[in-house]
Design a protein around this ligand. Sequence first.
Ligand code: FUL
Length: 472
Amino acid sequence: MKSNDNIAYAASIVPSERQLAWQDLEFYAFIHFGMNTFTNVEWGTGNEDPELFNPTALDARQWAKLIKLSGMRAMILTCKHHDGFCLWPSAYTDHSVKYSPWKEGKGDVVKECADACREYGLKFGVYLSPWDRHDPRYGDSEAYNRFYKNQLTELLTNYGDVFCVWLDGACGEGKNGKKQEYDWEGYYALIRKLQPDACICVTGPDVRWVGNEAGICRSSEWSVVPYWHSQHAVIEAKSQNNVTKPPRKFSPQDVDLGSRKAIKGCNNLIWYPAEVNTSLRKGWFYHESEDYSLKSLSKLTEIYYNSVGANGSFLLNLSPNKEGKICDRDVEAMLSLGAQLEIDFNENLAEDSVVTDNRHLDEAHCGQMALSGDPEEYWHSGDNPDGSELVLDLGDDYDIDKIVLAEHIRTGQQIEKFSVYLMLEGKWKKVSEGTVIGHKRICRFKEQRVQFIKVVIEQARCFATISKFEAY
Ligand code: FUL
């Protein structure tokens, strides 16, 4: 394949409807809660007595309300973590809430969460650990696969709409451990059948795990990458295999996944956008000893800007305690983050502005369309994108320290290099530059008083689009 053909091919890859819907969620919560909350560990052995699970004041509505107030749009619950203990009364195991003293075995945490999400207008997603250290069928591949599919079926039929099934690649069995041959394709087919709108995340075809658990993102987070990044063995190899060593960095060969260089010669490219996951606390589950380990507000906002603001999504974990509540200091941290984001994006000063361009495909795709507010209306460069410019006229001087740009990703990811200029004392001054725009790019710079802002598309694949141009 000639390299130019390859670029046109990359430019032709588009997201599915379910990926588009997922991308719009941008910021959402993980909830790690389960047996580990009561045994004070990160990975249980699977031998824990269900008697130990007994939250005294479980309040899924408190979790959902906090998620909402923090500016997040969904919750993903660890319905079963590696220890195999199920937060719903599964008919296929005796290792669940049904055999615990909580609500005399009549409780169902999954139901309480799904209901609370509906009440607060959040989407609900499920985490069902493929690795199961409790179930005796684990390692007896066919029997376990049947069991796992039965559990998926329960979760995907009894709790309403599910926006995501999060399949963890982690496994700590080691050399002499049990070897389970997962029926990934069978799991995927079942998920598609039962919840066709749900994204299959991490060990799955729809959403790519960024590759570490520390909130570190690439500066260029491409959505179109070679297909092998979605292969189970590749994901498994990068995932956690030791409880004390969560993955915290990228390997050098993992820094660039989608540039022209990275996709050169690859004739199987996929739309596979990144999700950045990390925890508010040091660990995923609640441990009193980590009450002082919370990420600072500046760290959290930095991760937000580098993920949501750099063509990814941000999955931030919360850890309810033994009572079944998110404790005060965590609540405070999340409310501060929510308030900060409200302040940062309080008023889009570009709303009633004028945008001019130096080229466009046709009148229906002129620069002004970038301000329409309708994600399906957008500026389109035509087929000569390099060097195209959009100039935003705010109508008056305003103090600005960031702009938000978006491509119309339904027509693919096209832009490869762009710069942002401000008109200061009669001259254009470059204040930001980057590669990927994709679903959203937030460009931050030192606050300046300006009327005119210019975006130059220096390089794009087949054409360029901008469907959002905001200033704050
Ligand atoms: C990892 C797991 O091993 C951790 O316990 C946690 O669930 C995290 C989200 O994924 O791979």
